[in-house]
Design a protein around this ligand. Structure first.
Ligand SMILES: Nc1nc2c(ncn2[C@@H]2O[C@@H]3COP(=O)(O)O[C@H]4[C@@H](O)[C@H](n5cnc6c(=O)[nH]c(N)nc65)O[C@@H]4COP(=O)(O)O[C@H]3[C@H]2O)c(=O)[nH]1
Length: 954
């Protein structure tokens, strides 16, 4: 809605109004000035007319006087009648003259005669004076200037016979006139004939005796006989002068003039001779405005003029008149200007209002336009955005790595209308080939997929759906894809199309199966891992429980696997494990489970068979399969295994329990000698528990000083004497009694306690050896076992050196025994440590030598002194020709390397003999002595125990 403007005067209108008022005022002023100037000019003109009239009257009068005087000059003697007849017409034409006189000088002598003569005409005549304005007989004086003739007589008769000199001013005027010969006026005086209040004056002109010279003042004074005079009643004379001019009368009608005439050069009241009109009234200007603005009053006209030698002053003024009296032109001009200004301002206001309204309208329209423009811009931007979004979506669809299909929503075929480049890339079908096809073409003949039903249902029900499908490329190869199908609605909400996004999940499927494999399978052998084993065993237990069948769980651990692994490296170990796995699988049925627990441990689940029951033959067969010779990197190995068997339900009814019990049984099998099997018995469990118990106590054993050392002598086969001892640790357990090292060394290795325990052994062995030396029992070589953990110890050399220092034992009496597998694990590092030890001065020996044949080649690199042939070889040298050959070749090789050879575990004389025959240097074993306490060995040394000489000489 258009807003209505509130009235607010515009600046332009206000300015116009103010300007208009100012111009009107100026106009008024100008007109007033003109009016006033006109009045002034009129006034001046009229004033001048009056001055001229008065001047004219006076001039005329003086001329009349001069004419009368000329009469006397011309005739010399003028009779009264002549005078009368001459004056009469003159007076008629100059009414402003009161009288024309002839004054005659009469001496005192002539007076009586004169008076007498005059009385003839004028009875009672006497020369008189004016006293207090009234005639009185003149006193005697030498000369009289008597008013002799006077015309007209009427009205003036009172002055006849008066001595003119008795009038004031007469003397001076007369004297001046006599001296100059010119008319001379008196000052104002009261005329004798005056009956009113008017003042009069007299103009005198001398009459000289005819014929007398008048060349200078003296001559003139001598020639004087009288004078002619014109008598004026001042007011009448001026009034008549003024009224004689007709023009003046016309002008009078316009202006009221105040006329004052002064017989003086100033304007004193005494000199006022004539006044007409109101007294002079000058108005003051008000509020700083000039008075002429509102009043017509020209400045009074002043005129100074000369009347027969007397200065006269005339002032003409006019009373102030309100300007409207003269006319309203200025006012009308002002009003017209004002009206014009108001009109102009109003017009301007209207124009301004209009332009404001227009501006307002323009602003409103601009705002509307802007808003429309913004809407339009927003609309365009939105369209552009939509367009860009559409383009983006199109490009996104085109660029999508996933296959996208758009099909028609028309059943039953839902023909393809669009496929993106990814579809072409993935399927091998071009867009031209795919468009117009039924979606089914991607499934080939593989229509028996649950996902296809879901896709069909999705399309029929026009809803979103998802399915995993097997698809086939143009070349027939399979690929898996995840289908997401969604209906696309048109503007009316009707489903017009379907969009199908296919995620190629072939790789994911592959990963899944790989993951599944990794999760459940052993990476090396492909056998079931622990987790799958547990599942399978659970299933087997459930099944067995349901049908009342037993299950055998076999825990298989390879003997000497560590040796292979450590000597030949992990790769060889892996080959061995893979081979064993295959053999295990081959040894059982497909339905049986073979799992790898890690390392060289395997678990087999053997459910009862339907055709035949479970028997130890199966276990035997497994062991035989494993025991088959195996060639790795050109070396033939004989691998054996130890097997523990747990039976469901007798030995447990959970997978964990069964595996644990099989494991315990396997330990037992190992304990009683490798390469056999044991069935689990509850007693085994107790032993296992005992191991746990031992492990707990082992932590405190060192502190509690429960360890002790036993010493087994080493005997020289040439001399039969004890040349060294091997320190073997024993644990005096407070409850279990003497615990052999096989029961705790392994545990100490596992938990790291072997390091402080080993250090204690070295220290104690050194001290003991020193003690024997000090006791004079010979300088024996003290052999000490070093575990793998100790060997890995950073400060091993320093630790041994400190033990030697502590015992003050020469280093050559200490022998460090290292196992073959220990030094072979990292040959280079081992060589470094061995060299350091060698530098220390201790003896070095390789224990258990022979369990890894291939290590022979390294021997020459090791700075060792002694080789100890493993008991297992010695054990069978008399019955196994292979072992005998091995031992013989070890001795030979060692000697070729300048090493001494000690055979361990010599129990029989036959063994001894064989060794002696094959140049073995020393033996150690039960044949000569079991490991014994320090005291026992001391006694042995003291008594000089040795091999019987006959044995040595046989
Ligand atoms: N059947 C039979 N056995 C014989 C015969 N002669 C000696 N033996 C036994 O063979 C073992 C020799 O020690 P080993 O091979 O180093 O084998 C040792 C060694 O590896 C380890 N061991 C013992 N004491 C220590 C020790 O202080 N430190 C470390 N690291 N290991 C030790 O424990 C293993 C077993 O020690 P022991 O039970 O004392 O068993 C000893 C000894 O009693 C024999 O004629 N017949």
């Amino acid at each position: 809605m258009r807003s209505r403007l509130p009235f607010s005067p515009s600046l332009a209108a206000l300015l116009a109004l103010v300007l208009g008022v100012l111009i009107s005022a100026l106009l008024f002023t100008a007109v007033r000035r003109l009016e006033h100037d006109k009045v002034d000019i009129d006034f001046q003109q009229q004033a001048k007319v009056r001055v001229a009239a008065i001047q004219n009257g006076i001039d005329n009068s003086i001329n009349v006087l001069k004419d009368v005087n000329q009469l006397f000059v011309a005739f010399g003697t003028v009779s009264r009648e002549q005078f009368q007849s001459f004056a009469e017409p003159l007076l008629a034409s100059n009414p402003y003259i009161q009288a024309l006189n002839f004054h005659r000088y009469i001496s005192a002598q002539e007076r009586p005669q004169y008076e007498a003569a005059m009385r003839t005409r004028f009875p009672g005549f006497t020369i008189g004076d004016i006293s207090n304005g009234a005639p009185v007989p003149a006193p005697h004086r030498a000369q009289y200037r008597v008013v002799d003739y006077i015309e007209p007589m009427e009205g003036n008769k009172a002055a006849l016979g008066i001595d003119a000199d008795s009038y004031p001013f007469q003397d001076a005027a007369m004297q001046k006139s006599v001296d100059t010969g010119e008319p001379s006026a008196t000052g104002l005086l009261r005329l004798t004939q005056e009956r009113g209040t008017q003042k009069g004056f007299i103009v005198l002109m001398p009459v000289y005796r005819p014929g007398m010279p008048l060349t200078d003042v003296a001559a003139r004074r001598l020639a004087i006989i009288g004078d002619t005079a014109a008598v004026f009643r001042g007011g009448d004379m001026i009034a008549k002068s003024l009224s004689a001019d007709s023009f003046m009368l016309v002008s009078d009608a316009k202006l009221a003039l105040n006329i004052s005439v002064y017989a003086s050069d100033d304007t004193l009241g005494d000199a006022l001779i004539f006044h007409q009109g109101a007294p002079l009234q000058l108005i003051e200007s008000s509020v700083g405005l000039p008075k002429w603005l509102f009043y017509n009053q020209p400045e009074p006209y002043q005129h100074l003029f000369n009347v027969a030698g007397q200065p006269w002053h005339m002032v003409v003024s006019t009373p102030p008149a309100w300007f409207m009296n003269e006319g309203s032109t200025a006012l009308w001009a002002f009003i017209a200007g004002l009206l014009f200004s108001i009109g102009g301002a109003a017009y301007l206001q209207t124009v301004v209002d209009r332009s404001r309204r227009i501006q307002l309208l323009v602003d409103e329209r601009t705002v509307q336009l802007r808003s429309v423009n913004e809407d339009l811009s927003a609309d365009i931007a939105a369209r552009k955005r939509t367009e860009q979004e559409l383009q983006l979506r199109e490009r996104a669809i085109e660029a999508s790595a996933n296959s996208i299909i758009i099909t028609s929503a028309v059943a039953p075929h839902y023909l393809i209308e669009y496929v993106n480049p990814a579809f072409e890339r993935i399927t091998g079908y071009s867009a031209e080939e795919a468009i117009g096809m039924d979606l089914c073409f991607l499934w080939n003949d593989d229509a028996d997929q649950p996902g296809i039903e879901e896709i069909r249902a999705t399309a029929n029900e026009e809803r979103e759906g998802h399915a995993v499908l097997r698809n086939y490329r143009k070349d027939g190869t399979l690929f898996w894809s995840d289908w997401y199908i969604a209906p696309v609605k048109d503007d009316k909400g009707v489903v017009s199309h379907f969009i199908v996004v296919q995620y190629d999940i072939t790789a994911t499927k592959r990963y899944e199966s790989e993951l599944e494999f990794q999760t459940n399978r052993d990476a090396l052998t492909g056998l079931a891992n622990r987790s799958l084993l547990r599942d399978r065993l659970s299933q087997a237990v459930s099944y067995a429980y349901r049908y009342g069948h037993p299950i055998w769980v076999l825990f298989v651990d390879l003997d000497r696997f560590k040796f292979v692994n450590d000597t030949l490296g992990h790769q060889a170990g892996d080959i061995l494990l893979t081979a064993v796995s295959s053999r295990l699988q081959a040894a059982v049925r497909d339905t049986d489970t073979v799992a790898r627990m890690g390392g060289d441990e395997f678990v087999l689940i053997l459910p009862e068979r339907t055709d035949s029951g479970l028997s130890t033959h199966i276990v035997q067969r497994i062991m035989e399969a494993i025991a088959q010779p195996l060639t790795i990197e050109g070396h033939e190995f004989f691998v054996s295994c130890s097997i523990g068997v747990a039976v469901y339900p007798a030995d447990g009814d959970t997978p964990e329990e069964l595996i644990k019990h099989a494991d315990i049984a396997m330990y037992r099998a190992k304990e009683i000698g490798r390469n056999n099997f044991q069935f689990y018995t509850p007693a085994m469990n107790e032993r296992a528990l005992e191991r746990l118990h031992i492990e707990g106590d082992l932590r405190n054993a060192l502190e509690r000083e429960e360890f002790t050392l036993h010493y087994q002598p080493q005997v020289d086969l040439r001399t039969g004497e004890i040349v060294g001892v091997e320190a073997l640790i024993r644990w005096q357990h407070p409850e279990l009694g003497m615990v052999p090292p096989v029961r705790f060394i392994g545990l100490a290795e596992e938990n790291g306690l072997i390091v402080p325990i080993g250090a204690w052994v070295i220290r104690a062995a050194c001290l003991q050896n020193k003690e024997w030396q000090m006791a004079g029992l010979g300088h024996l070589r003290m052999a000490v076992n070093l575990s793998a953990r100790q060997f890995a110890q950073e400060d091993l050399v320093e630790s041994i050196a400190s033990s030697l220092r502590a015992a003050d034992l020469a280093p050559e009496y200490l022998e460090i025994e290292l196992t073959e597998s220990l030094v072979m694990a990292d040959v280079d590092r081992a060589i470094g440590i061995l060299r350091e030890l060698k530098a220390l001065g201790v003896q070095l020996s390789i224990d258990d030598f022979g369990t890894g044949y291939s290590s022979l080649s390294y021997l020459k690199r090791f700075p060792i002194d002694v080789l100890k042939i493993d008991r297992s070889f010695v054990n069978d040298i008399t019955i196994d020709p292979d072992d005998a050959a091995i031992v013989a070749s070890i001795v030979s090789l060692a000697h070729s390397l300048r090493l001494q050879v000690i055979a361990e575990g010599v129990e029989t004389e036959a063994q001894l003999n064989y060794l002696r025959e094959h140049d073995c240097d020393q033996i150690q074993g039960y044949f000569f002595s079991r490991p014994v306490t320090a005291a026992a060995l001391t006694a042995m040394l003291e008594e000089g125990k040795r091999l019987p000489i006959e044995i040595l000489t046989l």
